[in-house]
Ligand binder design. Structure first.
Ligand code: C5P
Length: 369
């Protein structure tokens, strides 16, 4: 069996789990703090942060796709010259020698042909959905306290499962359906505290109904975009990074439209004109806004190196971290229903990601002597 991939002796799967967990909860805290700590007239534009995030993601994906294309177009002669019989070693060595003007030109042309292939338009659907989701995240984080946002956002697992049943025809075991029902019930129980207690010192700024509506819509767009992206990947041989370049390319138009839309304020309270409308698009872009953009970038990159099961475990662990952060940083008022509801959500996420009972028995059984 091949040894598990590692970095400095630490398994990559563990690095990925820790990074995803810390990043998940840190991003929620930073998002929330960056929206509630600044007066409206000094607020940065959320839509500009989403646009910047897409531009940076696009630049990173483009560089990786370009490098892969150049290496793939290296001449067969170069390959044969490497004094090794190990195929992987030759490929690695080739990465250093592939950069001749010819291969750069050929690789660039190959990449552009693949990016603008006939089926590239398919990525426009998940691209628009992700832009909507990323903008909605700001509405939710501006109007909900950190732990409530984190727990409710876990409904993504339910919407992703439902869309994969309806669109991909995936069949779920009884154990997974039970976990999903338990998850929905847990989120419901958490909402009891949201409506009956005045849980946060900054709640006068927040509109919980608006925040909950935003988080529910973000869960729908996240589930649909994820399943649609999976459908596109399944039906094609294109490199994942080419698909990511297409995703970022098609995000630009909706992200720009959000920047220039007149809109209303995303923070809570009665609807009022958007205080960032008419400002230069990157006005008030201070450290917190950059932290939000950087956090979104880390999410997107780590997501590309981790599987769904890892994501599931990380989000349930992130609930616990965000819960502690909510108490320590924002005076979050813990109620019994919040504790019970979030324990249900953490347990159901864990249950959902366990291998099914039948498969577990199969993988645990040792081979016959
Ligand atoms: O699926 P989930 O809701 O967890 O996605 C979180 C974020 O990952 C979204 O903000 C989306 O923009 C980003 N993403 C990405 N590239 C992908 C898939 C998701 O940048 N291929």
């Amino acid at each position: 069996m091949a040894p598990a991939a590692s970095f400095a002796g630490i398994p990559l799967s563990l690095i990925s789990l820790v990074t995803l967990t810390v990043q998940n909860s840190a991003l929620t805290v930073v998002l929330h703090y960056s929206r509630i700590s600044v007066p409206a007239d000094r607020m940065y534009s959320a839509a500009s942060a989403v646009l910047l995030n897409e531009l940076l993601k696009g630049a990173i994906s483009l560089s990786i796709a370009f490098r892969n294309s150049v290496v793939a177009t290296a001449r067969p002669g170069d390959y044969a010259r490497i004094p090794s019989t190990d195929d992987d070693e030759r490929k690695r060595a080739l990465q250093g020698t592939a950069w001749s003007p010819e291969t750069i030109r050929a690789g660039g042309a190959k990449m552009l042909r693949e990016v603008f292939s006939r089926d590239c338009w398919k990525l426009s659907i998940p691209a628009c959905l992700y832009v909507i989701q990323n903008n909605l995240q700001f509405v939710a984080a501006s109007n909900l306290d950190v732990p409530t946002f984190q727990v409710t956002y876990n409904l993504k697992i339910l919407t992703t499962a439902l869309f994969s049943v309806f669109l991909l025809g995936r069949r779920l075991s009884a154990q997974k359906w039970a976990a999903l029902l338990f998850l929905a019930a847990g989120v419901g129980v958490v909402q009891l505290q949201s409506t009956t207690s005045n849980s946060s010192h900054d709640s006068h700024d927040m509109d919980k109904a608006k925040g909950l509506f935003a988080v529910f819509c973000a869960c729908m767009t996240s589930g649909l975009a994820g399943v649609y992206f999976e459908m596109v990947l399944k039906g094609s041989k294109a490199d994942l990074w080419i698909r990511n370049v297409q995703l970022s390319f098609f995000s630009l138009l909706p992200a720009l439209m959000a920047v220039f839309a007149p809109g209303v304020s995303l923070v809570g309270g009665p609807a009022k004109p958007n205080p960032t409308a008419g400002q230069p698009i990157f006005a008030n872009f201070g450290g917190w806004a950059w932290a939000v953009v950087f956090g979104g970038l880390v999410t997107a990159l780590v997501i590309r190196y981790s599987d769904n099961i890892m994501k599931g475990f990380a989000t349930s662990l992130a609930i616990v971290l965000s819960f502690c952060a909510g108490i320590i940083l924002f005076d979050f008022n813990v109620t019994l229903s919040f504790l019970v509801g979030s324990a249900m959500v953490v347990a159901s996420t864990y249950l959902y990601n366990l291998p099914d009972a039948g498969r577990r028995a199969l993988t645990n059984s040792s081979p016959l002597p």
